[in-house]
Design a protein around this ligand. Structure first.
Ligand SMILES: [Fe+2]
Length: 467
């Protein structure tokens, strides 16, 4: 495909011209090139805000059939999971589609924490179905599976690794035109209804990686807080910590003006661009909302106000991090989740060992923010303040410890397992966890402080017990 080849060549030329300094190189930050001998890095000077259209309101799911009719959909693939297939959100969706005379086929063979294998099953189903629109009803795993099905069915000749993030995959730009996709989140965590990101376990490497491109963004996110009332306690807990880390990581990410290289074409500007004034608004709003409603929403499933506000906070944080990015908590969570041994969380009806995404992310948060605080202490103090800490007499050099203490309080209040050791890891696993983090450049390069292998190992070690 000439267009794709042209874009790929452009990508290669940008990559070859990129800065090789420790903070931005693809070498894991081990080869220091003195400033006097290296080419001047080209830092970005612009950022771009993009997100799905979102519609929020209790009961708004009933409108989805009208939305699909309005875009002329004739044959819709509805992706959900086997449990939700028998619950109210899917009943509402089916009723709305039927009333609006939309033909649809349900695919519920998804995996909670999807793998390349489970995505490929959905992709094969999508390719055979000749669908003209997609509808995801579920949590992040469902929405991400639906996005992948749409992408590869819209570009049937593409190899699976073509779009997987480099350096694990080829990270090619998406030039195919995707079908419309509507996402109806039923958990309050990933913000996947707003982002162009798919995250999955690449089984061969035992780590998570992803596909990130604005083309994958849903056309519309239907954010119906009534669905969040169905979340069991642990699902509300772990998904809430995902929101918290999205907000804190995007707020403390490297500023967009410090990200290198400056893209030579606006289409090559990554979705994750670094912290910026507009993402900051979304991130700080989400943190304040968590301070007010997180604990209530976890322990009071019938608290409509608290559950609704956290459901909305998930979308709000999603808009922020979908443009600013996340960094080390997420980068380090991918091998934690990928190297799971026997852990099976309460409240998750799964037949395989999993570490839920939000749990894998928050486990390293106290260590990560203690590490990154020296690079931007004021932002770490502001994060702690928004979460409820009194920082009126705080010293900037204590910013990391103050934020880490606040995170430990949240983790203790929400009865989270005490560190990686409680999830089945020992110190002997640290080299493999570090190895699985090193290729996650897309996010680790966004940390405000560069990190060596030794730094990563120390953060994993400091996360063995947390409370
Ligand atoms: Fe996340």
């Amino acid at each position: 495909m000439p267009g794709r080849q042209r874009a790929f060549n452009l990508l290669k030329s940008v990559s070859s011209a990129s800065c090789r300094c420790p903070a931005h190189s693809c070498g894991g930050g081990h080869t220091f090139v003195p400033h006097s001998t290296r080419a001047t890095p080209t830092y970005d000077y612009a950022f771009e805000m993009a997100c799905s259209t979102v519609r929020y309101g209790p009961g708004v799911t009933q409108e989805v059939g009208q939305d699909l009719a309005a875009i002329g959909a004739k044959n819709v693939m509805v992706v959900t999971d086997k449990i939700l297939a028998g619950l109210k959100p899917m009943a509402t969706v089916a009723d709305s589609l039927t009333r609006n005379k939309i033909n649809f086929t349900v695919f519920d063979d998804i995996r909670i924490e999807p793998t390349d294998k489970s995505l490929k099953a959905a992709i094969d189903f999508a390719k055979k179905g000749n669908f003209d629109a997609y509808l995801a009803v579920g949590g992040g795993s469902v929405m991400d599976t639906c996005k992948a099905a749409n992408l590869y069915a819209s570009d049937p000749e593409a190899d699976f690794m073509d779009y997987v993030n480099a350096p694990i995959g080829k990270g090619l730009p998406v030039t195919a035109k995707l079908a419309p996709l509507i996402a109806v989140p039923t958990t309050s965590g990933t913000g996947s209804e707003t982002t162009g990101v798919v995250v999955f376990d690449l089984e061969a490497l035992r780590t998570k990686t992803g596909i990130a491109n604005r083309a994958l963004r849903p056309t519309l996110g239907i954010v119906d807080p009534l669905h969040s009332l169905l979340m069991p306690e642990r699902v509300a807990t772990y998904s809430g910590f995902d929101v918290l880390c999205h907000a804190l990581e995007s707020y403390t990410a490297i500023p967009y003006t410090k990200r290198s290289p400056r893209p030579e074409h606006p289409q090559l500007r990554p979705a994750y661009q670094g912290s910026n004034p507009i993402s900051d608004v979304w991130a700080t709003h989400a943190l304040a909302s968590l301070a007010k409603y997180f604990k209530r929403s976890v322990y009071n499933p019938d608290d409509v106000e608290a559950r609704s506000q956290i459901h909305l906070a998930s979308t709000i944080a999603g808009v922020g991090f979908g443009n600013a990015g996340v960094h080390l908590c997420h980068g380090m969570s991918y091998p934690i989740a990928g190297c799971v041994k026997t852990f099976k969380p309460n409240d998750y009806q799964v037949d395989h060992a999993i570490i839920p995404h939000g749990l894998s992310v928050v486990m390293t948060a106290p260590a990560v923010f203690t590490f990154t605080a020296p690079a931007c202490p004021d932002r770490h103090l502001e994060g702690a303040r928004l979460l409820g800490a009194d920082v009126s007499k705080a010293k900037r050099e204590d910013a990391g410890l103050i934020l880490a203490d606040m995170l430990r309080k949240y983790m203790s209040d929400m009865n989270v397992d005490n560190g990686l050791s409680a999830l089945g890891f020992t110190k002997d696993d640290i080299p493999e966890l570090v190895k699985g983090t090193l290729p996650q450049h897309r996010v680790t390069k966004l940390a405000s402080r560069e990190q060596s292998e030794e730094d990563l190992a120390a953060m994993f070690e400091n996360s063995m017990t947390v409370l």
